[in-house]
Design a protein around this ligand. Structure first.
Ligand SMILES: O=P(O)(O)OC[C@H]1O[C@@H](O)[C@H](O)[C@@H](O)[C@@H]1O
Length: 316
């Protein structure tokens, strides 16, 4: 068993199964029993469980698991457009396309593979995609589950076009929380944000930590690369680290809006909070041949956790 751990082979820890629609999904496991599910529909992470089998991402009980709609929950990838600020469909087309497994991805630094089970996916534009977004790109996504249960997503977008192009991006991360009223976010205080509920006007976050008592739809600009989402009732803290992603989106539709969404269960808004690593305010521009990398790392630690790692966040 010790030997098995020492030669942990990421391929041995991967299983490809079919989802409800016969679309391939990849299951990653680590030696401790944590798991991650990634659907080739959208390259979307649909489940992340810890070694006790507890689900850490929210999925709506009314989620529609039928392409071309993205399933409501997990981590949809918003690309090449976030929201409706552009000519494309809401949040871009990547979340509604079928991705493929890439057996020969461009190399990543060894520490991005070491001790992890992972899968590499790739998305290239179809003829139809090029009609509405005429830019050739290659989007490589690596989803990894580390030995310590951390979930890591690395997106690399390469311009294989003759001309520069720009895009916006978000990992639309649906965290599973006990009760939204008991949750707070640390790390966004004093940060400027655009309020999507007030014509994208700019405000500055006041107060000690962000708490929730009504609908929220805000894009925090140039936000810190580490923030924490504390779930008081569940005594659980999500630590979110991002690189190459300047902004953080915080979204909860609250009661009224969630009732208007067909794929959202009644009262379920209380059990979710979207906190996205994103690049929205200043789109990413790539010249021909250039590549951009956006990395998100999610960890769950007990609420009592206190570490210098979290600096500059205060410890409770
Ligand atoms: O319903 P969708 O397309 O999955 O988007 C969910 C939400 O995503 C948020 O990030 C947007 O800011 C909201 O305006 C939007 O409603």
């Amino acid at each position: 068993m010790g030997h098995y751990a020492a030669v942990w082979d990421h391929r041995a820890a991967i299983e490809v199964t079919k989802d409800w629609n016969g679309i391939d999904q990849v299951v990653l496991r680590n030696p401790q029993g944590a798991s991650v599910r990634v659907s080739l529909h959208g390259g979307q992470v649909t489940s992340w469980r810890n070694d006790r089998g507890e689900e850490l991402l929210f999925t709506s009980s009314k989620a529609i698991f039928k392409p071309p709609k993205a399933m409501r929950g997990g981590i949809p990838i918003c690309f090449p457009q976030f929201g409706n600020c552009g000519s494309l469909e809401q949040h871009g087309f990547a979340r509604n396309r079928i991705w493929t497994i890439d057996d020969n991805p461009p190399p990543l630094p060894p520490n991005d593979s070491h001790g992890k089970s992972f899968v590499d996916l790739v998305l290239k534009p179809s003829e139809e995609d090029l009609k509405c977004w005429p830019h050739s790109f290659e989007f490589c996504l690596r989803v990894s589950l580390a030995a310590d249960g951390h979930l890591v997503l690395i997106s690399r977008v390469r311009n294989i076009n003759g001309k520069p192009f720009s895009f916006s991006f978000a990992y639309h991360t649906y965290l599973s929380v006990s009760d939204i009223s008991e949750v707070r976010i640390e790390g966004l205080e004093t940060i400027d944000y655009l309020d999507n509920l007030r014509q994208r006007q700019r405000f500055t976050e006041q107060g000690d930590a962000l708490t929730f008592e009504s609908e929220v739809d805000q894009v925090y600009l140039s936000s810190p690369n580490v923030i924490a989402v504390l779930d008081h009732e569940r005594k659980r803290t999500y630590v979110i680290r991002k690189e190459g992603l300047p902004d953080t989106v915080v979204w909860n539709p609250w009661e009224r809006k969630s009732k208007m969404m067909v794929d959202f269960g009644d009262e379920e808004y209380k059990q979710m909070l979207c906190v996205d690593g994103a690049a929205i305010e200043k789109p990413i521009t790539l010249k021909p041949g250039e590549e951009w990398t956006g990395r998100l790392e999610l960890a769950v630690v007990p609420s009592s956790f206190c570490s210098e790692d979290l600096d500059p966040l205060r410890c409770p």
